[in-house]
Each structure stands twice: as C-alpha cells, then as structure tokens.
Design a protein around this ligand. Structure first.
Ligand SMILES: [Zn+2]
Length: 95
C-alpha cells in the first residue's frame, strides 16, 4: 500500500505509523464526563469502505496527516497534512 505523503511523495505504508480514526472528535471540557470520555477513548466503529485515518510519516518527514483509505481494498485516495503542518509557511515580512 502506497501513501501519497504531501511532503515526500508516494511512500510504502511501512514508513508510517497508524494513528487512529480521524473522524472521532475530542470532547470539550464543558461536555466532559466519565461517560463521554469513555466513549471518546474506547468506542470505535469498524467501517467497511471509505474511511479517514491519522498516519504519522515516522520514517520520512515525521509529519501527521489524514489519509483517506478504503478499508476493504486498501486503496488510498488522498493524504493531507493536519495541525500546524497544514498551515502555509510564511517568511518574515510576507504578512
Ligand atoms: Zn513524508
């Protein structure tokens, strides 16, 4: 399975570490309870078909990304950077 890293280009999945389901939303402090935290930590679906997952390019650029992958065929259709790495870099004075 090849993952199209936005920084390094297509790379074998063995260069990456799976980081979990990218569709899960962390609860806010206001809605935090033992039950909502338990759901956030432990309750996962086992989807068949298109799914979004976090992957870390640990043996490459070391960036986190969301990978769109079909869980049945392992076909990867997209990978995009997340977090601070997804922000476009600006040089001093470019603002
Ligand atoms: Zn990379």
């Amino acid at each position: 399975m090849l993952i199209p890293c936005p920084v390094c280009g297509p790379r074998d999945h063995e260069e990456f570490t799976y980081g979990g389901d990218a569709t899960v939303t962390r609860p806010t402090i206001a809605e935090l309870s033992a039950a909502t935290w338990g759901t956030f930590v432990y309750d996962r679906t086992n989807p068949k078909g298109a799914h979004e997952e976090h992957w870390h390019h640990v043996h490459g650029c070391r960036r986190w990304m969301v990978v769109s992958r079909d869980t049945e065929t392992h076909a990867v259709t997209e990978a995009r950077l997340v977090g601070a790495w997804a922000e476009p870099k600006t040089e001093p004075g470019e603002d």
